[in-house]
Write a protein that binds this ligand. Structure first.
Ligand SMILES: NC(=O)c1ccc[n+]([C@@H]2O[C@H](COP(=O)([O-])OP(=O)(O)OC[C@H]3O[C@@H](n4cnc5c(N)ncnc54)[C@H](O)[C@@H]3O)[C@@H](O)[C@H]2O)c1
Length: 248
């Protein structure tokens, strides 16, 4: 088992990619601290019930990743409950489209808060205990939009590019402490975030993907599992592209 008895905190994991990630980590023996917004509590509780049904120790910790005090309390509570945090997956995220020349600061700030400030707050909250334990795996969910200029992604791509910067610096600052920090840059995944687009728009997008389809959340979760396990101990500060060949 690749994550046996490891304690994993996965943000925004009541649904979508985060949900697939907690199942992959749990399958390999991890204990799960499932984070989401109180807005999404019902789905979070259902996910935890499913995890418990497969014999996994799991609990919901509601917190908004943009709120430092809420995150600090969550991290303290998880550590009190499980003794430590070995794995942090910064997965919570939102997407807003818009052209830069028509952009507005309110949307800019909202996306920046969740997608970049959130991972910063969560990372700095878990690092002191990871550094003390000389062990940690931090996996940041970036995006294909950070790897190329895609029209309409100004808000989102900027945050996901910034997250790669945070990944590299966190990796450099903690490499001697048994802590790795890596980013994944997934292409388009079959979750609510994508499925909200009209079918016509989705088909046009799929036509640009060499693999000819969207990613299943479970396919991305396997890469998170790898980065969260001991198999990737010598990989740090890396960005793994997972996009069905989009960048070819
Ligand atoms: N779907 C895609 O095509 C795609 C592609 C590349 C990267 N990503 C990234 O993958 C991650 C997961 O996205 P998804 O596709 O599963 O989307 P999703 O909308 O299904 O899930 C996002 C989750 O994050 C939670 N969340 C949102 N704001 C939060 C906050 N402030 N605090 C705590 N939780 C919060 C939501 O409640 C939800 O459970 C995101 O970071 C997203 O940017 C998605």
């Amino acid at each position: 088992m690749k994550t046996r008895d490891r304690v994993a905190l996965v943000t925004g994991s009541g649904q979508g990619l985060g949900k697939a990630v907690v199942f992959a980590l749990a399958r390999e023996g991890a204990k799960i601290a499932l984070n989401d917004l109180s807005f999404n509590e019902k789905k979070a509780l259902e996910t935890v019930e499913e995890l418990r049904a497969m014999g996994t120790e799991a609990e919901v910790f509601l917190a908004d990743v943009t709120q430092e005090a809420e995150v600090d309390t969550m991290v303290d509570t998880v550590i009190k409950r499980y003794g430590r945090i070995d794995i942090l997956v910064n997965n919570a995220g939102i997407n807003r489209d818009g052209l830069v020349h028509k952009g507005n600061l309110q949307t800019w700030s909202a996306v920046l808060d969740v997608n970049l400030t959130g991972p910063f707050i969560c990372t700095k909250a878990v690092l002191p205990s990871m550094r003390k334990n000389n062990y940690g795996r931090i996996v940041n969910i970036s995006s294909l939009t950070a790897r190329m200029g895609i029209v309409g992604t100004g808000y989102y791509a900027t945050t996901k590019s910034g997250l790669i910067g945070l990944t590299r610096v966190t990796a450099a600052e903690n490499a001697t402490k048994g802590i790795t920090c890596n980013a994944l840059a997934p292409g388009y995944i079959k979750t609510d975030m994508m499925l909200k687009y009209p079918e016509e728009q989705l088909q046009a997008l799929i036509a640009k993907i060499p693999a000819g389809r969207l990613a299943e959340p479970e396919e991305i979760a396997e890469a998170v599992l790898f980065m969260a396990s001991d198999s990737s101990a010598y990989i740090t500060g890396a960005v793994l592209d997972i996009n069905g060949g989009y960048l070819i």
